[in-house]
Design a protein. Structure first.
Length: 328
């Protein structure tokens, strides 16, 4: 799966491409930081306008909106480029995987589900990496940029349970985010979600294989097809039930997550020790830091699928290696 990064033929795409994607994400995060500062200034402007009639002119108001428009245009341009380039990058990664599988397919075709591994799992792997890979680097960069901002803004503000401690808000964000992520990991482990996804793919592969055989072999009994589809039905119904239990915890946490920042800064809001702009800036920075630390939590359904795909491809490659050892 990772020969892309050690094969000389793909070195340019692997390393220059990775660097280009990282730079693009970093620039997007820098723009996001500037937008966060803009929110503080804009909401202070609104507070001033609402507090004193005609204290703010239309020119000042629309000039502030225009500043946001410029930031938004730059962010959109970078986002479009990053998505386009990342798609090409990951297709090259998939191509490097496929080239290896093609080169050993005379042996690999003896392995059950080989065609599904080469065609379906490689495209799943590349698509999942397109989503998770970029979001992972973005989460790291956002945490690096917004953590100091959150610390600076919250200095001197009374935080629920932490008082005036300067690290109170970031500590609260850490406890809430990491605690929620660990809870989801434990719940997924108890419900065996990765294993169920793996079993589901095995059942589907076996069912599809017998259907392909039945196209050319009229001796395949309908009972055989029904028996295999019954296995598919049972594993799907089991996955629906387990994901139902998982989503109870996940959705409850996400709804509570909406209010987490407002709960922690409640003493500061009630005491009236900050402006509307500072509050918006703080809540947005808190949300960005919190979302970065909740990367595993927010990506959990996709991570489960990636773990299942990785497990299948790794098993496929091990079987190929075993066949090559037997041949030699």
């Amino acid at each position: 799966m990772f020969k892309f990064f050690i094969n000389r033929n793909w070195a340019l795409w692997a390393y220059v491409g990775s660097f280009t994607i990282l730079i693009s994400i970093w620039l997007q995060v820098q723009i996001d930081v500037k937008i966060n500062y803009w929110f503080g200034e804009f909401y202070d402007l609104i507070q001033k306008a609402l507090g004193t009639p005609n204290a703010v002119t239309l020119d000042e108001y629309f000039s502030s909106l225009l500043v946001f428009g410029k930031f938004a245009a730059m962010w959109i341009a970078l986002s479009l480029f990053s998505a386009f380039f990342t798609s090409h990058f990951l297709f090259r990664w998939r191509t490097s995987m496929v080239e290896y599988y093609h080169s050993v397919f005379d042996k690999a075709r003896q392995i059950e589900g080989a065609s599904q591994r080469v065609q379906e799992d490689t495209i799943k792997f590349s698509r999942i990496m397109e989503t998770l890979g970029t979001s992972f680097f973005e989460a790291i960069l956002v945490l690096f940029e917004f953590f100091p901002i959150l610390m600076t803004i919250s200095i001197g503000l009374p935080i629920l349970w932490f008082g005036d401690w300067q690290y109170g808000l970031v500590t609260g964000a850490f406890i809430w985010s990491v605690g929620g992520t660990l809870f989801m990991i434990l719940l997924a482990w108890i419900l065996r979600l990765v294993g169920i996804e793996y079993d589901l793919q095995k059942k589907e592969a076996a069912y599809r294989k017998i259907l392909v055989i039945a196209e050319d072999d009229g001796s395949v009994r309908p009972k055989t097809l029904n028996e295999l589809f019954e296995g598919v039905r049972l594993i799907h119904f089991r996955s629906y039930l387990n994901y139902f239990y998982f989503n109870i915890g996940r959705l409850a946490y996400l709804q509570a997550n909406v209010l987490s920042a407002y709960i922690l800064i409640a003493p500061a809001i009630v005491a009236g020790v900050m402006t509307l702009g500072v509050m918006q800036q703080l809540v947005r920075a808190f949300g960005r830091v919190e979302a970065s630390m909740q990367y595993l939590f927010n990506s959990w359904p996709t991570l489960i699928e990636l773990a299942s795909v990785y497990k299948r491809l790794r098993e496929f490659e091990r079987k190929i290696d075993t066949l090559e050892e037997v041949r030699t």
